[in-house]
Design a protein. Structure first.
Length: 178
């Protein structure tokens, strides 16, 4: 996940403010909700990106939609609207998540498996692979992928650890063909 320079600046500013007043967890949770709402609500995203709506109308819409969020988060959203950076909201959230994870020593990981992983399996993967990437733990998102045939594939940032049966068969095929 690549975050633009502009989004990094906004996320860093928000991060520094909420870290100082110890609201990191609350703001991170609120930003995850905002990101999810924007991801699953294409109409809201279209309205925010539309030049037909004035900044005032966009602000009213966001204030109503996210009336319960922390004032720092809401002010950041209003600032993004003022600066015509509505398209950067999700990237600002992603940048904030990266900063919060770095602060806590956590890395985001996607684990592809043939079936949903149990909590103990997630903990085992977290403890094993966190050391390899220099973090304390992993925040694991489990994605069920029936194409793997067996095993798991783990993605942490731009690193991929492929222990799937499909991956092993593909490597064996390449080796036999060369």
């Amino acid at each position: 996940m690549t975050v633009s320079t502009v989004a990094k600046r906004y996320s860093l500013a928000l991060f520094r403010i909420v870290k100082d007043i110890q609201l990191l967890d609350k703001v991170e949770e609120e930003l995850r909700v905002i990101k999810e709402v924007l991801f699953y609500n294409a109409d809201l995203t279209a309205v925010l990106k539309s030049p037909k709506f004035t900044n005032k109308n966009k602000k009213v819409l966001l204030k109503e939609a996210f009336s319960t969020v922390n004032p720092f988060v809401l002010n950041t959203l209003m600032l993004l609207i003022d600066r015509h950076r509505e398209d950067q909201i999700v990237e600002v959230a992603d940048g904030f998540f990266e900063l919060a994870n770095d602060e806590r020593g956590i890395a985001e990981a996607k684990v592809y498996s043939i079936r949903p992983l149990t909590d103990s399996e997630k903990e085992g993967l977290s403890s094993t692979f966190a050391e390899k990437v220099g973090k304390k733990s992993l925040r694991i998102e489990n994605i069920v992928d029936s194409n793997l045939l067996g095993g798991i594939k783990l993605r942490i940032g731009n690193r991929i650890y492929d222990g799937s049966l499909r991956g092993k068969l593909d490597r064996l095929e390449r080796k036999l063909l060369s």
